[in-house]
Design a protein around this ligand. Sequence first.
Ligand SMILES: Cc1ncc(COP(=O)(O)O)c(C=O)c1O
Length: 359
Amino acid sequence: MIPIAKPMMGEEEKRAVLEVLDSGMLAQGPRVEKFEQAFAEMCGVRFAVATSSGTTALHTSLMTHGIGESDEVITSSFTFIASANSILYTGAKPVFVDIDARTYNIDPAKIEAAINNKTKAIMPVHLFGLSCDMGAIMDLVKKHNLILIEDACQSHGATYKGKKVGSFGTGTFSLYPTKNMTSAEGGMITTDDEKFAGECRIIRQHGMRQRYYHDDLGFNFRMSDVHAAIGHEQLKKLPRFNEARQRNAAFLSKHLEGVVVPTVPKGCEHVYHQYTVRVPGGKRDALIEHLKNNGIGCGVYYPVPVHKQNYYLKELGYKQTLPETERASAEVLSLPVHPGLSPADLESIVGAVNEFMAA
Ligand SMILES: Cc1ncc(COP(=O)(O)O)c(C=O)c1O
């Protein structure tokens, strides 16, 4: 079976974990700080704050920006549920804007119609490893004086016009095992704003400014030194991992037939967290079956958009129609693209897809 995702762990990660275990400093400590500094450098920002997950990185960022009840945050519905749920945690309302059919990212041409006097922030989700159209989004952010929180949970190292995602406003990343780099579980907030970074650190640690004095409501959203040790070693390998993903994606895009391969807009560097094709003619689910029978793992990200999830429909009363989002949910399929693929694996994937689509 060729898996859809495969964490790439080496001797370096194992050694780093053992060093932490031997050091006796298991909770948030010096390895977290080193990892934060290295991550900030990779992202081209001054500060990074490590958290326990991508979800808590989003939640902490929204809270620290003061977003809460009666505020609205514009985002995409074609995403993992955490993007929108993190907005709900603060008491604010996620407002969904439809996607661009070619990139699967939020369509900037449709954002302005969703802005009103309750809109506090825009949360573009750089889906599958591809940056959103940050030129158009930054124009709107400036014009309407909005906060920008990038959900870069799937896009470590991706760029827009040479600038890393996560460096346009407040950046948030996930370090879950299927991501382009991992710390097993973990997250990261990136920012150029020193005061903001400091406030995030306080929220991460139960709102504690001075030991056992709590002026704010915070959480335990810390990362452990064990996780940071893994993450830091993975970060060193991120350029190699991303290059391998790009090579694999280039092979797939060159040889696949009968499906719509990913678009890379001019000026964007795609890091292919997922290699997602569109399967026309209602054949997607039958193709999944065919791939399974041929030992090829694949995945649908995401079969149900957030605004159509039961909780959003039944408990929150969302009634929106987002045509491109809903069409994408019915047609997309992600194929393996991870750095662990061999040339023979890539040939098998292409062979199985082309055979089915030609039939
Ligand atoms: C787009 C997006 N946002 C947020 C998250 C949440 O990250 P985590 O699973 O680390 O909490 C993920 C992770 O899967 C994601 O893909």
